[in-house]
Unconditional design. Structure first.
Length: 221
């Protein structure tokens, strides 16, 4: 009996690609039924491209600095992504604000990971903002991408306690460990056909997820 064809995924990066590495590790361990069709970076020479090459994954660079307009870059990026015919696009530290045309083109088949418990702390500097606000917990969210920045429906969240001696760096490291757990899981759900976006909401195994998504809580120090 032949094994089912694995779902094709394209990953977009801008930097070190630690979440890309988590996907590669899960795939190589047999826990993630996908084929990484390509890794595309908007910045040349980043570590994430090396990670992909070591795993024999095709890479491409589309430098946004070569485009005068955001729209023209996004249009070129759509063409580049679609040449690999992916069923899912995964943003893994892709530091670009995407145009509505781009997000609409991949609506319901593009995931992002954001280092906060959305809808709190959209945008940048999330760890310091959580500390400054006196939060007791902080974390990370995987969500479908829509035209609203960090605003698409949540799929899964993992939270960690904020400790008395935490600074932004120590908190970021503990949150990142959870990123590497939940992103492969969300991609796996999608690859198995268990996760969909319907009418602007996340649906898992036929059940409508709450606005915060599926919840994982870590009590690790």
């Amino acid at each position: 009996m032949t094994s089912p064809e694995k779902m094709r995924v394209v990953v977009l990066i801008s930097g070190s690609g630690s979440n890309l590495q988590a996907l590669i590790d899960a795939m190589q361990a047999g826990d993630l039924p996908i084929e990484l069709a390509a890794v595309i970076s908007n910045r040349p020479g980043v570590l994430g491209l090396e990670r992909a090459s070591k795993a024999n994954i095709p890479t491409a660079v589309l430098d946004h600095k070569g485009f005068t307009e955001r729209e023209s870059f996004d249009h070129a990026l759509i063409q580049k992504i679609d040449s690999y015919q992916p069923a899912l696009v995964v943003l893994a530290g892709f530091m670009r604000i995407l145009t509505p045309e781009f997000t609409q083109h991949y609506l319901g088949r593009m995931l992002n990971i954001h280092p906060s418990l959305l809808p709190k702390y959209q945008g940048l500097h999330t760890h310091q903002r959580a500390l400054d606000a006196g939060e007791s917990r902080h974390g990370v969210t995987v969500h479908f991408v829509t035209a609203e920045l960090d605003g698409g429906p949540s799929v899964i969240q993992a939270s960690v306690p904020i400790l008395a001696n935490d600074d932004a760096s120590s908190l970021a490291k503990r949150v990142q460990r959870q990123e590497h757990v939940i992103y492969p899981l969300a991609v796996k759900w999608f690859a198995l056909g268990e996760l969909q976006m319907r009418n602007g909401k996340s649906v898992l195994k036929g059940e409508l997820l709450p606005e915060s998504g599926y919840q994982l809580h870590s009590e690790e120090p």
